[in-house]
Design a protein around this ligand. Structure first.
Ligand code: BGC
Length: 417
């Protein structure tokens, strides 16, 4: 079999997020009462990355990574409304300087799910109030002024649709709204446009400071398939709702498409007319939320492929198809901003990487322009309520997990050998 190789200047690295790794982020709306209310395992010290950046850097160097995607914690940078913590910003600046010194390109995310507790007290309706967008853009402006000379690559909002559904549909994140039939309209006509506008304005702020900046968002996209013959319409509706709507509202403000790819889903037409959405995707999370019995009664279908510890089907071929389709539909280069496997034993990670990277290369051979691949995640971390799912190339003690050696060879050689 011929050896699969990637271009010389390909971006190779790993991704993480502040709330999941830094630790000590008690000012976030996700901490304290919210955590208790949800019965989550406390995030607490997480990976201690706030004080252990040296060790994170050593992990990246051990991989031979040339890029690292991480996020800035809003609740740290602005602990009180309008009061900014310059020391916290300086610490991020220091990380960036050290990454650069190690020839690792920083890819900075400006919103990765976590928001300050004060923000939700000030605006209990969250992003449904324009004030939240204004507050966030104020932060983006300050961060852009401080960092744009040393940061070229940005992702504004991580998975805006996953965030919107979690916080305003499923009630999992603050402000904890649940989607009812009537609120679908508000979701599509107020919330999603507000987040999209925030992205566009953040894009403009950064580009004004640094015209050669590469700015995008990290969009969660999976392959969607009809659950049964006749469900093609449901596939299209969910595809618009979850994938295309946001990209269509932001496509003029994307220098690349940041893609978080994890799995595929079968989409069914719900068997009751009053279901809020006219499409029922077969994600593990939906099955859990509705309960397996109601999920199936409504017509929900889960796929037959082997699953990760998250219950997500391992669907490498879908990855290449998603990449090809994004390239065809939007014509922008693609940076894989996340892809990875929750695999506590670590035994499945090498095969997962081989299959997903082969599929990615296949899409590139078919013409898709792909800039790089950032594996989720650098270390095991707090997976939104629990430490059980283990996505890390390293554990929380920074010991390499299964597959890390293999990935290091890929990063160093650009070949799947
Ligand atoms: C998110 C990460 C998360 C990962 C695995 C993505 O949805 O951006 O924060 O940990 O997937 O669930």
């Amino acid at each position: 079999m011929p050896i699969i190789t990637f271009p010389e200047n390909f971006i190779w690295g790993a991704a993480s997020a502040s709330y999941q790794t830094e630790g000590g982020n008690g000012a976030s709306a996700l901490a304290g009462d919210w955590e208790k209310r949800k019965g989550w395992e406390p995030c607490g010290a997480a990976c201690g990355s706030w004080d252990r950046f040296d060790e994170d850097l050593r992990c990246l160097e051990a991989l031979g990574a040339n890029a690292y995607r991480f996020s800035l914690e809003w609740s740290r940078l602005e602990p009180r409304p309008g009061v900014f913590d310059d020391e916290a910003l300086r610490r991020y600046e220091d990380w960036i300087r050290r990454l650069r010194a190690a020839a690792i390109e920083p890819v900075v995310t400006l919103h990765h799910f976590s928001e300050p507790a004060w923000l939700l007290r000030e605006h209990p309706r969250g992003w449904l109030d324009a004030g939240v967008r204004e507050r966030w853009l104020d932060l983006v402006g300050r961060v852009g002024a401080a960092l744009s000379s040393s940061v070229r690559w940005w992702t504004t909002i991580n998975e805006p649709m996953v965030f919107a559904i979690s916080a305003y549909g499923a009630g999992a994140f603050p402000p904890g709204r649940r989607m009812l039939l009537g609120s679908l309209r508000e979701f599509n006509e107020v919330l999603v446009p507000a987040l999209a506008r925030a992205h566009r304005e953040a894009y403009a702020l950064i580009k004004k400071r640094r015209p050669d900046a590469m700015v995008s968002l990290a969009h969660h996209v999976g392959e969607l398939l009809p659950a049964r013959p006749g469900d093609e319409g449901a596939v299209d509706r969910w595809d618009w709702f979850f994938h295309r709507h946001f990209l269509d509202l932001t496509k003029e403000a994307l220098d690349y498409v940041g893609l978080n790819y994890y799995t595929r889903a079968f989409v069914a037409t719900p068997r009751v007319p009053f279901f809020p959405m006219s499409a029922l995707p077969g994600y593990a999370e939906f099955e859990r939320e509705l309960g397996p019995w109601a999920f199936r009664l409504l017509g929900g279908v889960r796929g037959p492929l082997p699953r990760t510890d998250m219950g997500w089907e391992i669907a490498p071929e879908s990855f290449g198809r998603v990449v090809s389709r994004l390239w065809k539909d939007y014509g922008k280069p693609i940076l894989v901003t996340e892809n990875g496997i929750a695999d506590a034993g670590g035994a499945g990670r090498e095969a997962y990487l081989r299959e997903h990277l082969s599929s990615l290369r296949g899409a590139m051979d078919g013409g898709a322009r792909v800039l790089g691949y950032l594996h989720w995640s650098l270390t095991d971390n707090w997976e939104w309520g629990s430490y059980r799912p283990r996505f890390g190339l390293f554990d929380r003690d920074r010991r390499p997990a299964g597959g890390a050696d293999f990935y290091a060879r890929v990063c160093r050689t650009g070949r799947l050998a």
